[in-house]
Design a protein. Structure first.
Lengths: 455, 456
């Protein structure tokens, strides 16, 4: 056990646990304030600025208020599950942070220890596992509320998180291939010369998309789509239980940002201009770099929320399954192939780049061909639409009389002309129906063709 | 209900409905009465043979995106809506009935509160009707008509801005929402400056408008327009080419021309089918034939098309407002006929705007007849010759018609409004059946119903 906790003494482990817990709660309070201020700025508003300096204590006060509110539990709720769901959500959100490295070796009360609670050879998989359990909190909350909106929200959420976890975990594969380890500190150490964000950019893009879906944030905030499902899975929750969901959502945001920092932005390692300074990567300074990087991702979250409308459920699932997952599979194949080629055959980087260039040319030519074809198809469609417009205008075509649109012309047919046409059909039908009758058989004299057929 | 001839199924169902926590039922002399509060049908009535389980969701009357108190009763199969119904009447305030107990002029104060996003249209439709009954349509001064047009077109912009803002919010575009309301504020400031009130201003009166606008106010409106133009572009830039927005709106809420005709749909929904039907062009009122503007149409029949139409109409409205400002010539804003024209002689005093001291002096100490006339006109009102008229104008939501009936008294016999929201709301089911829950939101947002106008 102790080899996973860096041989820390017990009091240091407890100290680290406490620090992470308190840190995450503070981070949540800060993030809520930060989000509200940034979005306000984007929307020409001011945002919270009354409680504390710059309104920093606003979310703390909101938290107090939330805790003191009356709790309303629906009569139809399944009580045990209804209670346990927010607990699962919040607990899992905290747990995932155990393996995130914040900094290098530091000295805490004379003990040399890294700024990380625990690490083991598969700690990234541990984060994924914990995130999956977190889904239960949402599903159970939706199901146990005994109400339709939460049920739909819970269903959407489970489908969404499971789908996006796939894309998310696949985006890790390339990182694992390069780092040769799944331990978070190992991956950070492997990024010493260059970040994976640079060499594995497609992985980062896939992960960044998946992490927004995974945390149910705009534009992928379908489970709590306010306009549709009121509050989604937490519609029927109030008071502290609601606060727990709220807390979990923001901690998850921090967690996925921290994971992105760890896997792609070199964790706590100082970025380029800072890394020229020798003291940048030792002591407590890296904690600051780490924090700034995490905040960058959180800013991106907020920016998205301020800019984009929400996707529709099916479009979102289609995007996940038909775009993100195939794209990550393709990328994994490319990365793996490149690694194999480099390891097995003695190919220089130059040749590899040439090969990549050749592939790029093929892709560009291919997309040009596709473009030309789609343009031709579009032109054909326009022609077809034009041909449709050239047809004589029939006001009854849609089942209800309509006036002519601009470009269409209504040609007036006199009643007599119409009657003549109808008379013609009537006689024809009549003769067709009654071929064996004698000539002086009563031919329906009506002008209605319907009656003629019935005769 | 006797238990003698009940099958086992019926007994189970009876006990099931008695257990329902929300949908209570009780026996009356007329039979059993059920309280329906949504949820699963099988708790209310046993499913018929071969029928699958149905979920009925009451979206509203309290729901973030039902435009006030619209109640949508959706029958769901997963995320797909199989049946949509509208429940209305939650904002019924008896405006039409109340008007029968007030003078013709006081009616304006009621109608302005109907469709609260387009008060000037309500007022103008009503006043045009009353003026037609009085036979004074030609005597309305140019200045009054021009001010009416200007206020209506500014109102059209503010109404469309709310439509875009709330529509954006419902589809998750929060910044579009804030931007929409921010721009609307510019226009509400103009309203406040001109009429004294941001909403419910009761500004358009039978015979003209309540008070004149000053040159300062005209200058300030002129200053606002370029800013408004720039900001409208910002707002539409956020959405017009946005892939997610298009994904949510293109092809959604489809309603073609023949359906529009069958359901009596007007306004942007009708124009999104490509039919350039606009009462401002087809039967001009208030001198609209003298303004240059284009009727916005698209041929997509969908939510996106309606969105584009609203954006386009806002720009056209700015054009009309500019022309109206250019056309403003000094002159009276109330009809010459002293038997009709409201004796509002207002002036600006040290404590703000109030009764003109000259007018007060005249009626209080100079002319007894003037006082009597003032008193009679304000308390009793003027008489309107018997008859009935229908006057229709193009409101932001479509044809807004006022059917005004008089029996020759000082109060209307009946005033009925054909509010575009009410008729357009009929298309909800046609647009939404078979689509997804999210599409219902988009479709209803594109109808842009205002419940104050629907229920009146």
């Amino acid at each position: 056990m102790s080899e996973y906790t860096f041989n820390d003494p017990w009091w240091l482990i407890i100290l680290k646990v406490l620090a992470i817990f308190v840190g995450l709660v503070l981070m949540t309070l800060f993030t809520i304030w930060w989000e509200r201020r940034v979005v306000s700025r984007m929307q020409n508003r001011i945002g919270p600025n009354r409680v504390g300096p710059f309104g920093l204590l606003q979310s703390l006060m909101d938290g107090f208020k939330l805790g003191l509110k009356e709790e309303i539990i629906p009569k139809t709720a399944h009580l045990a599950v209804y209670w346990i769901a927010p607990v699962i959500s919040a607990t899992m959100a905290f747990l995932a942070f155990a393996v995130i490295p914040f900094g290098p070796m530091v000295s805490i009360f004379g003990v040399e220890t890294p700024l990380q609670l625990t690490d083991f050879p598969v700690s990234v998989l541990y984060v994924l596992a914990i995130a999956s359990i977190g889904v239960y909190g949402i599903v159970l909350a939706g199901w146990s509320s005994g109400s339709t909106y939460p049920l739909l929200g819970g269903l959407r959420s489970s489908a969404q998180m499971i789908s996006y976890e796939l894309a998310m975990s696949m985006s890790f594969v390339a990182v694992f291939l390069y780092a040769g380890t799944m331990s978070t500190s190992g991956i950070v150490a492997a990024q010493e010369p260059i970040w994976y964000a640079v060499i594995l950019l497609p992985s980062l893009l896939i992960y960044a998309t998946a992490m927004v879906g995974e945390t149910n944030r705009a534009p992928f905030d379908l489970p709590e789509a306010e306009g549709e499902l009121v509050g989604g899975f937490h519609t029927e929750y109030s008071s502290l239980k609601f606060a727990l969901f709220f807390l979990a959502e923001y901690i998850n945001m921090v967690t996925v940002s921290a994971l992105a920092t760890t896997l792609f932005l070199g964790g706590w390692i100082a970025p380029w201009p800072l890394s020229l300074w020798d003291g940048a990567n030792v002591g407590w300074w890296p904690l600051l770099w780490w924090f700034v990087k995490v905040q960058l991702f959180i800013f991106a979250f907020i920016w998205l929320r301020g800019t984009l409308p929400r996707l529709r459920y099916d479009q979102f699932m289609r995007f996940g399954w038909k775009v993100l997952i195939p794209a990550s599979l393709l990328w994994i194949v490319i990365v793996a192939a490149a690694r194999v080629v480099r390891n097995e055959f003695s190919v220089t980087t130059q040749e590899l780049l040439l090969l990549g260039g050749g592939l790029l040319v093929v892709i560009i030519v291919g997309s040009w061909v596709l473009q030309v074809r789609s343009e031709r198809r579009e032109r054909a469609q326009v022609e077809a639409a034009k041909a449709e417009m050239d047809k004589p205008f029939d006001p009854y075509a849609g089942g209800y009389p309509v006036p002519p649109l601009p470009g269409q012309e209504f040609t007036y047919t006199s009643r007599r002309a119409k009657a003549a046409v109808v008379e013609g059909t009537a006689t024809r039908t009549a003769t067709a129906v009654l071929p064996g009758e004698s000539a002086d058989a009563p031919v329906p004299s009506t002008s209605d063709p319907e009656e003629g057929t019935h005769a | 209900m006797s238990t003698d001839n009940m099958s086992a199924e019926d007994v189970a169902y009876e006990s099931a409905i008695d257990d329902d926590a929300y949908a209570d039922s009780y026996d009356t002399s007329e039979g059993r009465v059920f309280t329906l509060s949504g949820g699963d049908w099988d708790t209310v009535t046993p499913p018929s043979e071969g029928e699958k389980e149905r979920i009925v969701v009451n979206m509203g009357p309290q729901h973030p995106s039902t435009h006030g108190v619209l109640r949508l009763i959706l029958e769901l199969e997963g995320e797909t809506v199989t049946e949509t119904r509208c429940g209305i009447g939650y904002l019924h305030t008896g405006i039409e009935k109340n008007m029968e107990y007030r003078t013709w002029t006081q009616g304006v104060t009621f109608v302005t509160r109907m469709d609260y996003l387009s008060p000037f249209f309500n007022e103008t439709a009503y006043c045009l009707g009353v003026e037609k009954l009085l036979g004074v349509t030609d005597e309305i001064t140019d200045r009054a008509s021009t001010i009416r047009v200007m206020m209506m077109e500014l109102n059209r912009i503010s109404s469309h801005l709310v439509a875009l803002a709330t529509g954006g919010m419902e589809l998750g575009a929060l910044t579009a929402m804030i931007f929409g309301f921010r721009e609307r504020e510019l226009i509400l400031d103009i309203f406040e400056m001109v009429t004294g009130l941001r909403m419910n201003s009761a500004y358009v009166r039978p015979g003209g408008v309540a008070q004149d606008i000053t040159d300062d106010q005209v200058a300030r409106i002129r200053e606002t327009l370029p800013l408004l133009k720039k900001r409208l572009k910002d707002t539409s830039d956020l959405l017009v080419d946005n892939a997610i927005w298009m994904g949510r709106t293109v092809g959604i809420g489809y309603l073609d021309l023949s359906s529009c005709m069958a359901l009596g749909i007007t306004g942007p929904i009708l124009r999104s089918t490509g039919l350039p039907h606009d009462l401002r062009k087809s039967q001009p009122y208030c001198g609209y034939e003298n303004y240059e503007f284009e009727v916005q149409t698209t041929d997509t029949c969908d939510v996106y098309g309606r969105f584009l139409i609203r954006v386009g109409e806002m720009h056209e409205s700015i054009k009309i407002v500019e022309q109206a400002l250019d056309r403003l010539r000094p002159g009276p804003v109330m009809i010459e006929d002293k038997k009709i024209g409201w004796p509002a002689r207002l002036s600006i005093g040290s404590d703000g705007q109030g009764n003109s001291p000259e007018h007060v002096k005249e009626i209080m100490s100079e002319s007894m007849e003037a006082l009597i006339h003032h008193f009679k006109l304000v308390t009793e009102g003027f008489r309107v010759p018997p008859g009935q008229v229908y006057s229709a104008i193009e409101s932001p939501r479509g044809e807004l018609g006022a059917h005004v009936v008089s029996t020759g008294g000082t109060r209307p016999y009946r005033v009925h409004f054909r509010d575009a929201s009410f008729n357009n709301l009929q298309s909800t089911a046609a647009m939404c059946d078979g689509s997804m829950v999210s599409d219902v939101i988009a479709a209803v947002a594109s109808i842009d119903p205002v419940m104050g106008g629907v229920d009146r």
